[in-house]
Design a protein around this ligand. Sequence first.
Ligand SMILES: Nc1ncnc2c1ncn2[C@@H]1O[C@H](COP(=O)(O)OP(=O)(O)OP(=O)(O)O)[C@@H](O)[C@H]1O
Ligand SMILES: [Mg+2]
Length: 270
Amino acid sequence: MARTNGTILEARLLSLRFGAIAALRDVSIQIGAGKIHALIGPNGAGKSSLLNCLSGFYVPWKGSVIFEGRDISALRPNLRAQAGIARTFQGIQTYPGMTARENILTGFHGRMTGGVFAALFRWPAAIRQEEAFTARAEEIIDFLELEEHRHTMVGEMPYGLRKRVDLGRALALEPKILVMDEPMAGMSPEEKAILARYILDIRDNFEIPVVLVEHDMEVVMDISDQVTVLEFGAVIADGTPAQVRADPRVIAAYLGSTQSADAAAVEVSA
Ligand SMILES: Nc1ncnc2c1ncn2[C@@H]1O[C@H](COP(=O)(O)OP(=O)(O)OP(=O)(O)O)[C@@H](O)[C@H]1O
Ligand SMILES: [Mg+2]
């Protein structure tokens, strides 16, 4: 592995535009190995856009993405997933007509080697791989405590449970980093507490760093090692939860200071 100085994933001076809108303006971020890194900021600040640039779904017009010391800017999303960057999306991404276990098994798709023919003709290598995936799916079901729900249709599950299955699908990739967009949106406080515990366990037991977008400040301050704050497509603060909470620009952004909003609006339209 190339030298990374403890950084596993990094964005360097990313800029992204949608017509007149500057979704990202020279955004740099460093995700530390073994860290929970939260991305916060008001609606439209560019949080999802940044995650999409990290996972390859959006292509910035400027800047680069470095993963384990390697420039992956030119890699398509499926290749970034294969390299170990797993992603969950805003809202629900599970298949409602499939069971929890089947949904988790779909997560292995990106890791199948040997192709369709090997699977179709049940070549020994394909069978071995299928067995390994099935065993791993069971580990994930255990870890996420989904045992009693493994044969339940996901469409019949409450929201919090469905998001847990979605997380299981992402873990099936055996990722080196997990990127989650608002995994707790729409959850009850109890569901949030459960998911927060799994995220901490993913960091501590699997040693997988997690980047997550989250609006609930209490959760962010509780579980994050590092917090980056975006506003109008730019990073306005970056540090530990305590540092970020005390930052005057963050306080202004969250209290909706008209001064900073006006200044950013002028810059965007310029
Ligand atoms: N596919 C797209 N096409 C056009 N504009 C887009 C697209 N994706 C994002 N944008 C715009 O880019 C800006 C940043 O959006 P983004 O979704 O990254 O914000 P966000 O911080 O994730 O917001 P939220 O908290 O509401 O999810 C917004 O002005 C948004 O309208
Ligand atoms: Mg978003």
